[in-house]
Ligand binder design. Structure first.
Ligand SMILES: NC(=O)c1ccc[n+]([C@@H]2O[C@H](COP(=O)([O-])OP(=O)(O)OC[C@H]3O[C@@H](n4cnc5c(N)ncnc54)[C@H](OP(=O)(O)O)[C@@H]3O)[C@@H](O)[C@H]2O)c1
Length: 286
């Protein structure tokens, strides 16, 4: 990388203990940004922090927070901006899904998912956007999904949370016009991470073939953010598929999505003979 485009900036990455968030943190550090890494698993965050400090020589702080707790976003803001740690780049990446019939998923899991994927993301955007706007600079990156583009049976709440993130983020970027602050929404397709395991999905051969590396997804996300894009679908085939979806009658979308999902994934618990009703709400898988 020739010129470090984020030297002197500080980025906060939620969900940095694995997958896409960990890879985004590395790309941001390679661009010269100092980091605040946020998730629940401290050891994972500390190990990543050591690795990034050694590789890129930037300052890396670790903040352990369960963002599914209703007061966590405000606490995180206090622990950062409240203590003089200005955040120039906010990456709202933490999120999880639950792959099962809506009624079979325990309510606590739905509630934790909506709190994390939507409420915490929105509150963090609100808190940091105000601080960024006052400084007349900043970037907010919200991670949605290609699930945002269609109602998804067996992923009903998850896909709906991502549709919310997509719509919210695009409107936010429009509102921020001229303020020096930008928002971008990244819509990844299947990406290698712990997501499938946490969501109770087992990939089939077709699903495996369509997967992207988290590092590739992260590179695309940061590059597009620095280019000033508002909304991005990662990967050419994903982008073409999401574009084509707009030509289908809306009434067809649940069936089409269900068929596509069935070709790519199955329920891991069904394969093992268990049930997701036993899963704890949004618990880390490792
Ligand atoms: N992988 C895919 O195929 C895919 C596709 C489309 C969109 N996405 C989206 O991409 C984002 C990143 O997911 P990923 O694929 O990288 O999955 P992942 O490997 O499971 O990472 C999820 C991250 O979120 C953190 N997290 C989960 N619950 C949390 C909580 N209550 N409080 C704080 N942090 C929490 C996890 O850390 P701890 O467990 O340590 O808290 C972890 O760092 C998610 O928003 C996901 O919806 C993923």
């Amino acid at each position: 990388m020739s010129k470090k485009r984020l030297s002197g900036r500080r980025a906060l990455v939620t969900g940095a203990s694995s997958g896409i968030g960990a890879e985004i943190a590395k790309v941001l550090a390679a661009e010269g940004a100092g980091l605040i890494l946020v998730a629940r698993r401290r050891e994972r965050l500390e190990a990543l922090a050591d690795q990034i400090r050694a590789a890129h020589g930037v300052e890396v702080l670790v903040e352990v927070q369960d963002l599914a707790e209703p007061d966590a976003a405000a606490r995180l803001f206090e622990r950062t901006e409240g203590e003089g740690q200005a955040v120039d780049v906010l990456i709202n990446n933490a999120g999880f899904g639950a792959f099962e019939h809506f009624v079979a998923i325990p309510w606590e899991r739905h509630a934790a998912m909506m709190q994390l994927n939507m409420v915490a993301l929105t509150q963090l955007s609100w808190l940091y956007a105000r601080a960024m706007r006052a400084r007349k600079r900043g970037n907010i990156m919200n991670i949605a999904s290609i699930g945002a583009y269609s109602p998804s049976p067996d992923f009903a709440v998850y896909a709906a949370t991502k549709a919310y993130v997509r719509n919210f983020s695009e409107a936010l970027d429009y509102e921020l016009k001229g303020s020096g602050v930008r928002a971008i929404v990244i819509n990844p397709g299947g990406t290698h991470s712990e997501f499938a395991q946490v969501s109770d999905q087992k990939l089939k051969k077709m699903g495996e073939m369509a997967m992207m590396d988290a590092s590739t997804c992260a590179r695309i996300a940061v590059t597009k953010m620095l280019r000033g894009r508002r909304t991005v679908v990662t990967g050419f085939m994903n982008a073409v598929s999401m574009w084509l979806l707009r030509f289908l009658p809306r009434a067809w979308l649940p069936r089409v999505t269900s068929l596509v999902m069935a070709s790519a994934v199955e329920k891991a618990s069904a394969v093992k003979g268990g049930t997701t009703e036993q899963a704890a709400p949004g618990q880390p898988s490792a």
